[in-house]
Design a protein around this ligand. Structure first.
Ligand SMILES: C[S@@+](CC[C@H](N)C(=O)[O-])C[C@H]1O[C@@H](n2cnc3c(N)ncnc32)[C@H](O)[C@@H]1O
Length: 278
């Protein structure tokens, strides 16, 4: 699929009308987009620049842009809840997902994180995504295939329980492990066994009891750095003259992020120094 340049067959295009309503179509030569505001021929759009306006048979204008990955993630069919873009951004940067990285992910869920990881690891990387539920894996595969216009060679989606996975199953150690599941602490022994020394482990948990469990689990294994925990809060602003102010509504809580790095084998983690109580 193309990320930029004039529209081509196969592109996923978002049409926005005067009321800021969005409609999405896959460009097919000879195809037609029908709405109560008239018909737009796909051939009118093919060859136009992004950011152009197309007019329907009934004289209505639609603004045209390619679907961004974030649009795809928020509008695609879901089997499981997706990781929100604000948290994905944290995972990609804090988790240091680099071009060429070998990344292990579980569960694949609806494939939202998978597609972001795939784009970040690039053509020389690898993303192995485990999913325990067949129906969720099907959603993930359909969503990833639709976004990329086919199955990326760099993606290896697998049906299975991550708890049973060995380093041999993965064809060797991985650089990064990202878990988004209800009980990630059950998979910590696998994370220990498959993560390369210095590798980054991140997980995403929604509740405080989960956060406490995973932090304790990481500490107990004694093969990781002291874990960090945080959350990301994003608040939109309305910017209109004297009415400029933060929006009233926000997604105040999605989940907590946890990060730890794998120590080399046999290394005892330095004890974190805490301030003495008065
Ligand atoms: C919240 S969803 C993941 C969503 C995904 N990160 C996304 O952005 O689309 C959690 C998934 O983990 C799967 N899961 C839970 N435990 C698992 C395990 N031990 N191994 C593999 N998958 C697991 C669940 O079936 C579920 O689909």
């Amino acid at each position: 699929m193309a990320y930029s340049g004039p529209f081509q067959p196969g592109d996923r295009v978002q049409l926005t009308d005067a009321k800021r309503r969005h409609f999405t179509l896959n460009l097919v030569p000879g195809g037609k987009f029908h709405s109560h505001k008239g018909i737009v021929e796909h051939d009118q759009i093919i060859g136009m620049d992004e950011g152009s306006v197309v007019t329907s048979t009934m004289g209505s204008d639609f603004l045209l842009f390619r679907h961004l990955m974030v649009d795809h993630v928020l509008s695609m069919p879901r089997g499981a809840a997706v990781i929100y873009p604000k948290d994905t951004a944290q995972i990609l940067v804090e988790g240091d997902i680099f071009p060429g990285a070998r990344v292990l992910e579980a569960g694949a869920g609806s494939g939202a994180l998978s597609m972001n990881l795939l784009r970040a690891v690039g053509e020389k990387g690898k993303v192995i995504s485990y999913e325990i539920r067949e129906d969720h894996l099907e959603y993930a595969q359909a969503n990833v295939d639709e976004y990329f216009g086919g199955r990326p060679d760099t993606w290896d989606p697998r049906l299975g329980d991550l708890k049973d996975v060995t380093v041999d199953d993965l064809g060797g150690p991985v650089d990064r492990v990202i878990l988004d599941m209800v009980e990630p602490w059950d998979c910590l022994p696998v994370v220990r066994d498959v993560l390369i020394p210095g590798g980054v482990f991140m997980t995403y948990v929604a509740t405080v009891p989960q956060l406490m469990n995973i932090m304790e689990g990481i500490r107990e294994l004694q093969c990781f750095t002291e874990p960090r925990a945080w959350e990301s809060l994003v608040r939109e602003w309305k910017v209109e003259g004297l009415a400029t102010r933060p929006e009233h509504r926000m997604n105040a809580h999605t989940a907590f992020l946890v990060l730890a790095r794998r120590l080399a084998d046999g290394v005892t983690p330095p004890r974190p120094q805490r301030r003495a109580r008065r």
